[in-house]
Design a protein around this ligand. Structure first.
Ligand code: SF4
Length: 166
C-alpha cells in the first residue's frame, strides 16, 4: 500500500496549492520571474497542470503554453512567449491590450472590440466572436465557426480571416 506522501494525487494537490498562492501573490502585476517559476516547480514534482485565468500577465509566468478560449471555443493556442509576441486572433489581441501596465506614464490603448458578450446558451453557428470582431467580413457571417488551424511556430488559430479565407 502506498503511503500518502507518495500519492501522485497528493503531489498534484500540493503543487496546485502552491500555484494558487503564487497566483494570488501575482494579482495582475508583472511578478519577478524567480519568485514565480511555476513551470520549474511542476517539472520538479513531475506533474502537468491546467491553470485557468483571465489575466495573460499572470499566465505568462505560470504556463509554458496558452490556450485562449472565447465562449467555450478555443480560438488560439501556442507557446507562451510566441503567442504573446505574435497574437493572431482578435480576441487574444484584445486580451493583451487589456493587461494593466504598472507605469503611470503609459498611454493605454483600448481593446479594439465592440458590443457585448454573446449569450452562452444556444450560441450561433457562426464564429462566436463575430459580434465583437473588428476584422469580421461577410464570409464570417455566412460560414460556421472556424476550426483551429496550424499557422506555424506551434501556433493554432481559429479565424477565417487569419486563415486567409475571408
Ligand atoms: S472568423 Fe471572422 S469574426 Fe471570427 S475572429 Fe476571425 S475574422 Fe473575426
Amino acid at each position: 500500500m502506498k503511503t500518502p506522501s507518495k500519492s501522485p494525487l497528493l503531489k498534484l494537490v500540493a503543487v496546485l496549492a502552491v500555484f494558487a498562492m503564487v497566483a494570488a501573490a501575482c494579482g495582475g502585476t508583472t511578478p519577478d520571474t524567480e519568485a514565480t517559476d511555476a513551470p520549474d516547480l511542476a517539472s520538479d514534482f513531475g506533474v502537468s497542470y491546467l491553470y485557468i485565468t483571465h489575466d495573460l500577465a499572470v499566465a505568462r509566468y505560470m504556463c509554458d503554453r496558452i490556450a485562449v478560449m472565447y465562449l467555450g471555443k478555443i480560438v488560439e493556442v501556442g507557446e507562451t512567449e510566441t503567442l504573446l509576441a505574435n497574437a493572431q486572433h482578435p480576441y487574444t489581441r484584445a486580451l493583451l491590450a487589456a493587461v494593466p501596465v504598472p507605469d503611470p506614464s503609459h498611454q493605454k490603448v483600448e481593446p479594439d472590440i465592440k458590443g457585448g458578450i454573446s449569450k452562452a446558451i444556444n450560441p450561433p453557428d457562426v464564429c462566436r466572436f463575430l459580434d465583437r470582431c473588428p476584422i469580421a467580413t461577410s464570409y464570417c457571417e455566412s460560414n460556421p465557426h472556424p476550426p483551429l488551424e496550424d499557422t506555424g511556430d506551434g501556433a493554432w488559430v481559429a479565424s477565417h480571416v487569419v486563415a486567409g479565407r475571408a
